[in-house]
Design a binder for this molecule. Sequence first.
Ligand code: GLA
Length: 635
Amino acid sequence: MCMPLWYGGDYNPEQWPEEVWAEDVALMRRAGVNLVTVGVFSWSRLEPSEGRYTFGWLDRVLGLLADGGIRVGLAVPTASPPPWFSLAHPDALTVTRDGVRLTHGSRDTYCVSAPAYREASLRITRALGERYRDHPALAMWHVHNEYGTPCHCDHAAAAFRAWLRERYGGLDALNDAWTTAFWSQHYSDWAQITPPRATQYLPNPAQALDFRRFVSDEMLAHFREQRDLLRELTPEVPVTTNYVLAGWASVDHWKWSTEVDLVAIDDYPSGPGMAAAEQTAFAADLARSWAGGRPWLLMEQATGYVLGPRKGPKEPGEIARHSMQHVARGSTGVMFFQWRASRGGAEQWHPGMVPHTGPDSRVFREVSALGEALERIPAPYDGPLVEAEAAILWDEEAWWAAQGPGLPSSEIDYLAAVQQAHRVLWRQGVPTCFAHPSHDLPAYRAVLVPSLYLISDEAARNLAAYVEGGGTLVVSFFSGITDEHTRIRLGGYPGALREILGITVEEFRPLGEPVELPEFGRATLWSEVVHLDGAEAVARYPGGGPAVTCHRLGDGTAWYVSTRLDDPGYAQVLTRAGLAGSGVPGVEVVRRRDLVFAVNHTEDERPVPVQGTDLITGKPVGGRLGPGGYVVVRP
Ligand code: GLA
């Protein structure tokens, strides 16, 4: 089935006088917008007091949009409870780990375990569902916003205990899993267990990890409640929620992705330039992998950079290039936060598709040109999207564990390690996906395992089977160290992977100063005392100990990198492992089913290995791409 790509963004008409709405719809049509997300933060305008609804304004907004041919992702506004709710139910306000009860006045001031919040969420969801179930503008439901706010209150504690009972059955199993023999933490009654609240010194790492798991599951339970209600009212309308990315792994996205009808991500690269292009490709590859061959959607991006100390517009052409990176990887559309830049409120400096200057602006012209371009690209709706040659293991649980207290180096950074692996492959033009450590690993040219601190026995067996079957595995330092309860696997590191890698690590030696490795460049952060148990040394530390090793196992090969290499050094390992790509530097070529997307992220003309007619301009592609240009070709 071929449908047009979605194009649009968050539309917050409640921030504007009604006269602006008609102009909004006219401008949306001019820009080619066909979908807007409405009402994400409208709870106080929809239900100004308990059980009293004021839908008139939303009726008018949806009517205007429907008349303009613009569809709506209608939000369930539970991410921002209104002040009346918080005053009536102070016990439903977030409590931080320090025991501070937050107050309303921002957003996300809820405890997802508070009964009053759960009830109020269902009430507003039902009211919206019943009122708009047959509305012609309704295209999808957008539940909540960027789930991920933990709470440490007594409601959360009770729910955490219930979750732990389910997981462990009895206290003996929990005491064992959490190693409570350490520091006199043995629990003799469930009532003694709390979330990891502020305490004197280092917290228990297994408790902290289980709490992260619990928060993800508890939020998922909240999502499911809204989703099931909406499915009952509108069985044909997909239900989604937008994942937050960047440095914040709030939930277990693999698990969540089996529950949403549409995987949707928010992507805010810290940019600009090549770093932003790399981060965009990373986010889009993650989303595509979570979606597992199903459609997914870029639900939010921005026309400017919003993270970090300086906010500024994207460079000319970047909005379109980033958008094409997502569409190339199978996004069924391009959405922004937000349609019109706010004039007041906490995000008044967050850019919009219509900037403060108004439509007579470079940004709006670029937004409109992008809308026109997207109309010419058919959307993918079924079948595998992009054939990956390499997979990188990605596991939020391992990330959470690697954020635990008292690690041998405070500079271990799981996200940075995974991003490096992806960046190096991206620069070499190797199509890449992500996989959960326990997922089937089909015949990828290689599977990369960056700093996967926690690994289950099942995952270790999975990796062994992949290598024995002929695969190439590239494992980096600080992988395979603990079991799922963050208990260290004894007998030499990396416990779960020793046999696969043919090595035993006797000691970790975090580095202060960098060291040089012949052929593999500069090593920083980390080093190890590695003994060979069948593997051969490919590179050695200045003192002579193995630094990079290679082990034949069955029909495959397992490589180990026992330190943090810089990008050229890591690329060299991949080349030696047979994973060199043939990409043109700075030019990205992605094949999405029968279409080839080429994007030139550089300021120079570059060669592109693409022939055919550009669907956007109708012109032939002559094997070269101008500075900052992109083409979409059906070869
Ligand atoms: C997130 C949120 C939006 C908005 C943007 C601004 O992605 O979902 O509501 O706050 O960030 O950066």
